[in-house]
Design a protein around this ligand. Structure first.
Ligand SMILES: *Cc1c(COP(=O)(O)O)cnc(C)c1O
Length: 369
């Protein structure tokens, strides 16, 4: 394996392909897969990830905001792209780059409609989101008549899909809640299809939905983000998936401090004996937050664990090297390999999603094929 000589996030496309194959194995061959590549593909480099997934036949992409879709189009992605959180100020970019907005309330729907009329555009692909219990974005079941009044007899918009989002698909202790969301979605979409007389793509499952509810909830399409990147929100599924990202760094400098000496800002660590400390060029501006400091998190050096000591700084952090045979310039692993991003995230009381999406774009991404 390639040894780091600076801080890098290695992205393994072979693992990505494995995860895609695993997720596909959970659904019918006819069910489409939408790859969620928002937030820079969860920190993994959205253009590289999307190019690879496009070559593997993924049917749809989803981003959160228009500019994320613009970046994909500029990189040459031609697969349809759903903008999950479309905002009227971004409609011009959505149209210019052939992105497909999610219309989730009356205001956004009517503004988009009137822009279509104004521009004389017909048959523009859009998606409608329904709230089934998450209480985030989406129309309500009671809006169906309004939607028919607005959209039943018009040719500006082409309703490509109806979708909803689950609140706790990874948590089987609240299975009843999820089943209720799925049945509510079925009810809303049945009524929609009766009224409108056609069948748009229907989708509600995210990664944990695919893993736990594919039998009843897969409809026409499923959406996966975290699963593609190698995390299953469950130790059993984590075993089947392969994390695609490994965050590596190096030891920039080693000091030996004496009993009573402090290390870092605000004397966040005080040595209780003679301690070798390593300075690592990754900090809270890179996405390794202060919650990992003060011996909560640790880095891996060879097969040893080096606790993060003191307060994490903006551009670097310090580790305790006692008992570890290493020298300046050696590679250290922040996460990836035996300590996954999920394991590392837990030490700072957070989750893989927050950790990996927060890895700053100043860290170089290295694609491994
Ligand atoms: C982020 C997001 C997803 C992806 O969820 P994962 O748990 O990462 O698979 C799916 N759908 C919506 C609406 C989202 O916002």
């Amino acid at each position: 394996m390639h040894k780091a000589n600076e801080t890098v996030l290695e992205i393994n496309l072979t693992s990505l392909e494995h995860n895609l194959r695993y997720l596909r194995s959970k659904i019918e061959p006819s069910t489409k897969l939408m790859a969620v590549v928002k937030a820079y593909a969860y920190g993994n480099d959205s253009c590289e990830i999307a190019k690879f997934l496009e070559s593997k036949g993924v049917e749809y992409f989803a981003v959160a905001y228009a500019y994320e879709g613009v970046a994909l189009r500029k990189a040459g992605i031609t697969t349809p792209i759903l903008v999950l959180h479309s905002i009227p100020a971004q409609f011009e970019e959505i149209i210019e780059f052939h992105l497909e907005p999610n219309l989730y309330n009356k205001k956004v729907l009517e503004e988009f409609m009137s822009l279509m009329k104004h521009k004389g555009i017909q048959n523009y692909p859009i998606h409608l989101k329904f709230n089934t219990g998450l209480n985030r974005l989406g129309f309500e079941a009671r809006d169906l008549n309004y939607l028919y009044d607005q959209l039943g007899q018009q040719n500006q918009l082409n309703i490509v899909s109806l979708f909803s989002h689950l609140a706790a698909s990874e948590d089987l202790s609240v299975k009843d809640f999820t089943l209720k969301q799925i049945s509510k979605f079925k009810d809303i979409t049945d009524r929609f299809m009766n009224q409108f007389g056609f069948h748009p793509l229907l989708h509600i499952l995210n990664t944990s939905g695919i893993l736990n509810y594919a039998d009843i909830g897969q409809f026409d399409m499923v959406r996966s983000g975290i699963g593609l990147y190698g995390y299953g929100n469950d130790p059993d599924y984590d075993q089947e998936l392969k994390p695609i990202g490994t965050l590596k760094s190096i030891i920039s400098q080693i000091h030996t401090v004496n009993e009573g000496d402090s290390v870092g800002y605000n004397m966040g660590f005080t040595a209780t004996n003679t301690t070798r400390i390593g300075i690592i060029p990754v900090g809270h501006a890179d996405g390794i937050g202060r919650h990992f400091g003060k011996q909560k998190g640790f880095l891996t050096i060879g097969s040893k664990r080096a606790p993060i000591i003191g307060n994490v700084c903006m551009d670097m952090l310090m580790v305790d090297l006692n008992g570890i045979d290493c020298e300046e310039g050696d590679e250290v692993i922040v996460f990836g390999g035996p300590v996954s991003a999920e394991d590392f995230a837990k030490t700072g009381n957070t989750i893989s999603y927050e950790l990996i999406t927060g890895i700053s774009q100043r860290i170089k991404r290295v694609i491994i094929k």
